[in-house]
Ligand binder design. Structure first.
Ligand code: SF4
Ligand code: SF4
Ligand code: FES
Length: 363
């Protein structure tokens, strides 16, 4: 912003009595969070368009008769905002108590999903789980959906629509939607069918953004009763060349689940079905851990690496002699470092004299 005489002025608001700057387009919530204010949210996911549904993020705005939702209200020069007055905190607690009155339980196992603890954490923070309100419940669980990946436990749904919005805005799938209104509100697929009969790609993003555990990661939940604490290890998905950041979940050094890294530079919380759910191979009893070659008896036998590599080289030579150089085709891993990828193409081009070389990055 600049004045008529060209002098530059900063956009500022007053936040809890302190003057803070903001960038054009920033919401009050974004400015407040940047200034270490801990405003509670339920329908907010920083990757999605602000929705303004839960009203938990309300703040007092001077000159406004009612509190305003900070996640949908843009900061404007001269605003005076109070983020946590007694009145606002009481309002938030009452809202939480009303939300909780719809759910049979708030405390769910964190293995259900990345954000599944959000409601219970807020409930503890505001000491809201006191059963002050009792009444109708919305959302009916769809536990008969026998897909192997996603639990649809809508008795715990609070109609924040994060699942529907992430599916549309992030995944571009529009596989799920909202049916009915009020206490009859229900998250559903087209024609209210099974997920596998919908457009769902089982990317798991709806599971990971759900703040109540109404959507759960069935594969990770297999480990709910296993002994041990959940540990998270940040790494890169081993599948394609995109390089999505993930947190691998382990209990007693066994992989029990995968969660996307919300701050992953390549994926920002997104994964595909393989990165999200296909991790069983790591500890599968069928996984090969030593080289095998076929013997004279026609059966596979374990051998040392040198012998296995000699046998592979003989096989390549035989194929080239019999069928020509273009009978060999190399596919390098999209996860290989540049040096290994270079060696692979050299091996195929210089070693066999063919240009039939590719990689799996377009998986
Ligand atoms: S299923 Fe979860 S994410 Fe979807 S609307 Fe209900 S509470 Fe929100
Ligand atoms: S798993 Fe992915 S595609 Fe399927 S409903 Fe959830 S967000 Fe949409
Ligand atoms: S987080 Fe702002 S209205 Fe829900």
């Amino acid at each position: 912003m600049s004045s008529a005489d060209g002098e530059k002025k900063l956009n500022t608001i007053s936040l809890d009595g302190e003057t803070v700057s903001f960038l054009d387009g920033e919401t009050i919530y974004e400015v407040a969070t940047r200034n270490r204010k801990n405003i509670p949210t339920l329908c907010y996911d920083s990757r999605l368009d602000a929705f303004g549904g839960c009203r938990l993020c309300v703040v007092e705005l001077e000159g406004s008769r009612n509190p305003v939702a900070s996640c949908t209200t843009k900061a404007a020069p001269g605003m005076a905002v109070r983020s946590a007055t007694k009145k606002i905190e009481k309002y938030r607690k009452t809202l939480l108590e009303m939300v909780e009155s719809e759910n049979p339980e708030t405390k769910v196992d964190p293995l259900r999903g990345y954000a599944s603890h959000e409601l219970s954490t807020l409930s503890n923070r505001y000491a809201a789980g006191n059963g002050r309100f009792k009444g109708k419940q919305s959302g009916k669980s769809n536990l008969d959906d026998t897909n192997p990946f996603i639990l649809r436990d809508y008795d715990l749904c609070i109609s924040c629509y994060r699942c529907v919005r992430v599916c549309a805005e992030q995944e571009g799938d529009y596989a799920i939607s909202i049916m009915n209104r009020g206490f009859h509100t229900q998250i559903t697929t087209e024609f209210n069918g099974l997920l596998k009969e919908s457009e769902c790609t089982f990317c798991g993003q709806c599971v990971q953004t759900c703040p109540t555990g109404a959507l759960g990661d069935k594969k990770a939940m297999r480990a709910v009763d296993l002994p041990g604490e959940i540990e998270k290890t940040r790494t890169i998905c081993p599948y394609c060349g995109v390089g999505c950041s993930v947190d691998v979940l382990t209990k007693n050094e066994n992989i029990v689940g995968v969660q996307p890294a919300m701050d992953g530079p390549a994926n920002k919380g997104a994964l595909c079905v393989k990165g999200q759910f296909a991790f069983d191979f790591v500890q599968h009893s069928d996984r090969l851990t030593t080289p095998l070659v076929r013997g004279q008896d026609g059966k596979l036998h374990e051998v040392k690496w040198d012998e296995a590599l000699d046998r592979a080289a003989e096989g390549f030579q035989r194929a080239r002699t019999k069928y020509g150089r273009d009978s060999v085709y190399g596919v390098a891993s999209g996860r290989a470092p540049s040096e290994a990828a270079y060696m692979m193409q050299k091996f195929i081009r210089a070693g066999f004299g063919t240009n039939y070389i590719d990689n799996c990055s377009r998986a």
